[in-house]
Design a protein around this ligand. Structure first.
Ligand SMILES: [Zn+2]
Length: 151
């Protein structure tokens, strides 16, 4: 009886430690400033937003993967990208566990902020007005937070 409780506790411990095993990339502000371009730093580290229709991936539909410009974690695939007409690259889903969600109450709105789960860089926001035939979600992402790589 006691033994089985120990086994259960051990399995529980494994589950919890696995859930937290994703390695984080943590850098100082000075290190980020040195590594990133001005635009990338503004978006990723200062939660800035690039102008609509200004980003290089807005009308970009090549096959491949979009990586975090801060830490190179794969965040979105081209198969989930769609033309939302908003002027920002839009996706209807993210790559498992690599995007995290925060509540953003800035500017008198309640929005869902999306960040890279590894370096916590700001990516954009997630809205619920995406394509109904897939997830119904629209990940509105700044091009400056992404780097594309062909498959
Ligand atoms: Zn990142």
């Amino acid at each position: 009886m006691k033994k089985s409780i120990h086994i259960i506790l051990f399995l529980l411990f494994l589950t919890i430690s696995n859930a937290h095993s994703q390695k984080k990339v943590i850098k100082t502000d000075a290190e980020w400033k040195q590594q990133l371009t001005e635009k990338q730093y503004f978006v990723l580290r200062q939660k800035g937003t690039e102008y609509a229709f200004s980003g290089e991936y807005d009308k970009h539909y090549k096959t491949g993967t979009y990586y975090c410009a801060g830490c190179n974690t794969p965040l979105f695939t081209s198969t989930t990208k769609f033309d939302s007409g908003t002027g920002w690259p839009s996706f209807d889903n993210h790559i498992n566990n690599n995007v995290a969600f925060l509540i953003d109450k800035k500017y008198g709105m309640v929005r869902t902020e999306i960040i890279c789960n590894v370096c916590e860089g700001h990516l954009g926001h997630m809205f619920k007005d995406g394509p109904k035939e897939t997830t119904g979600k629209r990940y509105c992402v700044n091009s400056a937070s992404l780097l594309f790589n062909k498959k």
